[in-house]
Unconditional design. Structure first.
Length: 408
């Protein structure tokens, strides 16, 4: 889920005098979308491979689920300090370094048959994600003229639902057809190709001057920022509890052989969601955030009480995808708008809290799985989304205003 630093808009220097004549650098933006795809898929790929990974690593499925948790911990612990330490780096250099980190980590994950080594590799991947997620959306923004920056970010963020709709199901299929290690090696190959793509076609930009840093406490004092950060933490926690253990949950329902198809449906719905959000976010950010919360709540309610029906499971997964797909863009935009001149610090905190929630989802999900079983996951989502909805509704003036730019 790529969360970004906010950069001063810089129009491409191509001598174009007219805004209407300016175009997006699509090949460069698609390279960023591929980077987002790799970061998202590397994080969530174990969700569709838990049973096979668990067997080969000789640990329980609950312990294997912590490969998602340790990834998120790596990002949460390092996103803020590493973003600050590399603030002056050229953007292209930083992007290349972060993606090279994924190539190394995924290769080690594929070749390791040892749980401890695998966890170290996943932590390293999370560290690389901390660098990438604090960079990518801001990078996309800088490639575009001011009136197209929203579209540029939407293109870059499209890598998230593509990872969910195509990547995770494809990885799950590979895990069944060959073995789970092949899925991670394919990720390495894709990353190597991406490094060449970035080197050839993605423009470079300077980093920030160190004097431009903003204290985190200053951002927290800006009205609306804490509301968005709270919603991010709890919303992502609710999602991750079920998503991390989706294969186990489906096994309990007797649908273990349909995990790849279920994830495909979820991801396809997520693609629709990000398209709708990209088209409507400028005018309806608040309404979209409310709708996302309600859609996931309805999906959880269906899974809680009607999961004995295969058809209703697919209905629930579709609603879940529709609620989730646009959430990264909504939350990233909301915190950037709320933070205003302190957006850099607000975005860095969002990166950290997002991954704290990812780690927490793996931990809480593992505990719930051991104590109450996987059927407790939908109920936990309902409990967590109640305060999320209340905060979004309350943050009408700041955080989730009725119209973007209406908050002081």
């Amino acid at each position: 889920m790529s969360i970004s630093e906010k950069q001063t808009p810089v129009a491409p220097r191509v001598g174009i005098k007219n805004q209407s004549d300016q175009k997006l650098p699509l090949l460069a933006l698609l390279a960023l979308a591929t980077a987002v795809f790799i970061t998202s898929l590397t994080e969530t790929l174990p969700a569709g491979l838990l049973p096979a990974m668990s067997s080969d690593l000789r640990v329980s499925e609950s312990a294997t689920g912590q490969t998602v948790t340790i990834y998120a911990i790596g990002t949460a612990l390092t996103a803020i300090p590493l973003t600050a330490a590399t603030a002056a780096w050229r953007r292209k250099r930083l992007l290349l370094v972060s993606m090279a980190g994924f190539a190394v980590a995924n290769t080690v994950t594929a070749l390791s048959g040892n749980y401890s080594v695998t966890m170290v590799a996943r932590f390293v991947a999370g560290v690389a994600a901390g660098l990438a997620w604090a960079l990518l959306a801001g990078y996309a923004r800088r490639m575009a003229p001011a009136h197209l920056q929203g579209k540029a970010i939407a293109i870059a963020m499209a890598g998230i639902p593509v990872a969910l709709s195509l990547g995770v199901p494809a990885g799950t299929f590979l895990g069944k057809a060959v073995n789970w290690q092949v899925a991670f090696l394919v990720m390495t190959g894709l990353t190597v190709l991406l490094l060449a793509w970035i080197g050839a076609l993605v423009p470079d930009y300077p980093g920030r001057r160190r004097s431009e840093k903003t204290p985190m406490t200053a951002a927290l004092k800006v009205p609306g920022v804490t509301s968005v950060l709270f919603v991010t933490l709890v919303f992502v926690l609710a999602h991750t509890i079920l998503y991390t253990f989706i294969a186990t949950f489906l096994d309990e329902l007797g649908m273990g052989n349909s995990t790849d198809l279920v994830l495909l449906v979820f991801g396809a719905a997520s693609l629709v969601s990000i398209w709708v959000v990209g088209a409507q976010i400028n005018r309806r950010l608040r309404a979209l955030m409310i709708a996302s919360t309600l859609l996931i709540a309805v999906a959880a309610a269906i899974l809680a009480v009607l999961s004995d029906s295969t058809a209703m499971v697919y209905v629930a997964v579709t609603l879940w995808g529709l609620g989730w797909g646009g959430a990264p863009t909504l939350l990233q935009t909301a915190v950037g708008d709320a933070g205003a001149e302190h957006a850099d610090a607000a975005q860095a905190m969002l990166v950290t809290l997002w991954n704290v929630a990812m780690a927490g989802g793996g931990i809480v999900g593992g505990i719930l799985l051991n104590l109450l079983g996987s059927t407790s996951f939908p109920w936990s989502i309902l409990v967590l989304l109640a305060p999320v909805l209340l905060v979004v509704l309350a943050a009408r003036a700041h955080g989730f205003p009725a119209e973007r730019g209406s908050a002081a």
